[in-house]
Write a protein that binds this ligand. Sequence first.
Ligand code: ATP
Ligand code: MG
Length: 770
Amino acid sequence: MNLLDNLNPEQLAAVTLPSQSALILAGAGSGKTRVLTTRIAWLIQTSQVSPAGIMAVTFTNKAAKEMLSRLSAMLPINTRGMWIGTFHGLCNRLLRTHHRDAALPQSFQILDSQDQLSMIKRMLKALNVDDEKYPAKDLMYFINNAKDNGRRAADCEAYDHVQKRMVELYDAYDQQCQREGVVDFAELLLRAYELLQRNHPLRQHYQMRFRHILVDEFQDTNDLQYNLLKLLAGHHEPAGGAIFAVGDDDQSIYAFRGANVGNMQAFEREFEVKNLIKLEQNYRSHGHILDTANFLIANNKQRLGKNLRTDAGQGEPVRIYEASSDLEEAQWIIDEAKSLMGEGVPRSEIAILYRSNAQSRVIEHALFAAGIPYTVYGGLRYFQRAEVKHAIAYLQLMDNPHNDSAFLRVVNFPTRGIGARSIEQLQMAADSYGVSLYAAVPHMTGKAGTVLSNFVKLIESARFETQQLPLPEMVKVVLERSTLLDHYGKEKEGAERIENLEQMVSAATHFVQEEGFGVTAPAHLGPQAAASSGAAIVNLDGIELLDADAPLAAVMSPLSAFLSHASLEAGDAQAQAGQDAMQLMTVHSAKGLEFDAVFITGLEEGLFPHESSSRELDGVDEERRLMYVAITRARKRLYMSFTQQRMLHGQTRFNMKSRFFDELPEESLKWLSPRVQTKWFGGRNSTTAWDDANFRENGSDNQIARQITQKSSSDKGIGWRIGEQVAHARFGEGVIVNIEGGAGSPRALINFGGAGMKMLDLSVAKLEKV
Ligand code: ATP
Ligand code: MG
């Protein structure tokens, strides 16, 4: 079949554009990702470029895998050596290949955000920094933000002594990372950027190599990523290649991480894009769903402007449910999901989306009780579970003993009699000699010295013993030698942890097969082994460069590769392969995906839009884009729900329903639950100021959006309490959301559902208990 058969005329034009930079700006489900993948195949098939001349940037590792498998289905090529991946994955590859030029050990390790935070905490403690004044989280944010903006400590400006101290700590942190041979996520990108910027021949090599750079989800690139792309594409340099970017300004949802939609306009200008193509035909969603999305997003200011249409017919209306509590909401989801499954919708085609991870617990519990298999994306992923991180730490030490985080994690786990005092002494020795904890062990004396050097011996001997073993075998040995299996074997609830640990052997087997290491290749062996197996290393201006098609195996050992996989995957959505399970995830991680049926839950003020958004400029618009992403994931069925009451972070909240409901086309909606009486006032969302002495309209949206937390019994006493159901002659039934003003002039904020949120003076208002 011809590659181009299944494209509409605009898509066809985009796929077959000449080799110049181009921007495809198009709404959700219009085939952007499909166009990008097909263009890669077309460029290769028509011999305009070899597979090695392609770099493609995807948003998740999963998307990269999918793209690779589509490509191998379209073309008879080996996709293994192709540079297709996330920014982080691609930078990791670049840095491993040129680790010397990047001043990194070849087996440098990647800190996930959890590791990064604990490392910062440790550093603050070692430096005796007041953690009230300089909380570890703030410092982490400061560092990551600076790196995302391409700034080293030396480039940071400081206007007061607090900022000055932050900058010093940033510098100290970077030095500590360098000593340990570890890099955080933001560092992967910054290091790669600096490497290319500094090293002219290397940059030129990659510019000449990557004739075509293709970027999906371009609206969510941050400045550093954009600058990296500019370097790689040789912007204004003679050797430069072309960038093919696809994106949707309405789906830009990572501003909080520094993403900058403005990069689309900058790109158009700086690359003198002549080919701007819009795709307006949506192939994903039925009409009611698409109308809902179009209506909602029309409320945003500053859009580049585009519309979506579909030929699919209107389909089912969007169903909306008002639950009384989060428990009831979960139950409703399960009932609806069951009836969908009864109609033959596979479980894996049903997605439940929420704004914040914390919302998943109640839903998970209900699914579990109902015996419905489900997968949670982005929750505590496999590689983040404690027992798995312990095993990984042993492997990390065998690969790079100077990783202090790994050292501290397992030096006394399982316990081997090393106390906090000994660790403190060791830390002092390490500081005074300026070496890693591992390297400081020989400086320790006495009993602590003996126990610690036994630990070092354990690592060294495990390393020696496994030298010739393939990765899965190596993992097996490490699980035994570390005594982790024994340890959990003795624990009462250890069975699941043992299962998870054993799972790691399968994960390693799977990994080496997928990445082409060959199950038998010794885990420690690095590039040399790969080079002698065919991948040539060429030299250009004295720089080691690998044959363009060299697989991952040519730049890192199976062990290093597996460890980076474990860290990088931590940031990714991850489905359990082959299992037909319902899909639970945050809206953020649903980007780019599609499902037959989608539930958007917790549509309440403060939750979605999130309370933090009212503090940010453009915050609510960003939440609206997020809602647009959520809606446009659905093909055939879309459900939305909100509840009057929910437990979150241990507190009961009474929320108003989300303002987004007011922005949807009524004719595409079907309200499932009877809503609170509205007949006296017309319009369920009326927030007009009422001329009534009994209450004061709670005017500003933000005030209404305020999260109200149930207070203690001190709020009772005036005959009313928070959470109580009441009735008012004019507004109908409602629930007391907050009481304030004390006994002197008690006022109550009451959610009258249809009639909106009202503040009533309790001394005059005629309220009845229901
Ligand atoms: P998003 O903005 O959500 O990332 P997108 O623009 O990348 O969406 P795709 O995921 O590429 O859209 O396509 C959406 C769906 O439409 C996919 O299932 C895809 O296979 C299908 N599709 C795209 N183009 C066509 C076409 N010309 N004919 C039939 N189906 C198509
Ligand atoms: Mg896409």
